[in-house]
Design a protein around this ligand. Sequence first.
Ligand code: GLU
Length: 476
Amino acid sequence: MIRVRFPPSPTGFMHIGNVRTALFNYLFARKNNGKFILRIEDTDRERSKKEYEDDIIEGLKWLNINWDEGPDIGGPYGPYRQSERIEIYKFYINKLLEEGKAYLCFCSEDELEKDREEMLKKGLMPKYSRKCRNLSKEQIEEKLKKNPNPVVRFKTPLSGEVIVEDELRGKLIFPIENLDDFVIMRSDGMPTYNFAVVIDDALMKINFVIRGEDHLHGNTPRQILIYKALDFPLPKFIHLPMILGEDHTKLSKRHGSVSLRDYRNEGYLPEALVNYMALLGFSPKTKEKEIFSLQELIEEFSIENLSKSNAIFSPSKLRWMNHKYIEMLSLEELFKKVKEFYLNRNFEIKDDEWLMEFLRLMRDHIFVLSDIKNLINDIYKPEELSEEKLSYLKENKNLIYEFYNSIKNLHNWNENNILNLIKDIGKKLSLKGKSLYHPLRVLITHKDEGPEIYIYIYLLGKEETLNRIKEVINKI
Ligand code: GLU
């Protein structure tokens, strides 16, 4: 049975790139009737926070990516939080020490720094000097008296090569001489990532490790050495292409929002995010189609259709896709989502009936749910009318008076009647196109562009529209 995992470190809010890693693991598991495991990698005591763990769990749930084993639901290979597995790591550290495959290292930070500088001076790649690799029993005992908390280093073989068989990239060969004796347990008794991840993946019977390519060079060869030293069977590896910003550099805050919660707060729909992220590094068999439900993505997913080249994250494409998902909702569904979204957001939409009308008519202009607030503010709180615009309106006095009177006498308030009313005025004054609509737009919205003016006026309401015209009339 296929067993895959998503093991985030709770050292920050969930990154959008991590969403894709979680999603691909999830899709692969569901496609193959396998198991998807969530594991929290919180061995970095200083940077890990419960708040971030909660953010990750809540984010995944919101996306509808569910797991079969995890810290909140348990499972046969728990615990699923690394900070609760310290005894397990200690057991394997001791095993490696006893078998002579790891050793205690007493070097101080200062010493290591000095060595590093010297190597750099000599033009060598800085590596641990292996000073403590061959200490005698007596030397170790002596040193333990002064420093009872040494780190533990892995005894990396001195020559040979590590072969990484990547399901996507084929066979990659790494010369071992480039790897040094890396730390597997810190002086505070916490395992390092490269060690703990192997113990957990092996004991949790993970047979496919699917993660970002950033792990391929620095981590995977080291992890394979540990698998071998402990006689654990190797999982299959798949290193996903990276996600880059539109300027082709690594996706970061410079490119705008990178955390899932930012997208959530802007009013993206989880289905749209899942759909968009799934297409970064994966091309479904069904071509000429871009909108896929989670269920369809599961059916489409296969390793063969993963891409090896980096994917470009385009915020405007994501916005477009979200718009598509908003379009696909029924008016009632959209209404419900909007109410939910604005529940705790300090923005009151007073009248449900009005909101329904707003959504019916303005849906084309809504890309993310937070657009609604801006659109509504635009209706009720227009910007100040500039002097320039005021004198422009002066030139259109006739039209303005005519419009005021017609609006005043309009009894059946709906968008079609307003449109017809404008057309009638046009006929009467021999105005059409821009010379008819533009002055009215400036008059009511104080702007040169925006949603269709008759819709805007309808939503603004008769009284407010008359007030707005009166205000201008008083000034011209
Ligand atoms: N905790 C690691 C990270 O968040 C996991 C990497 C892996 O998948 O092995 O980068």
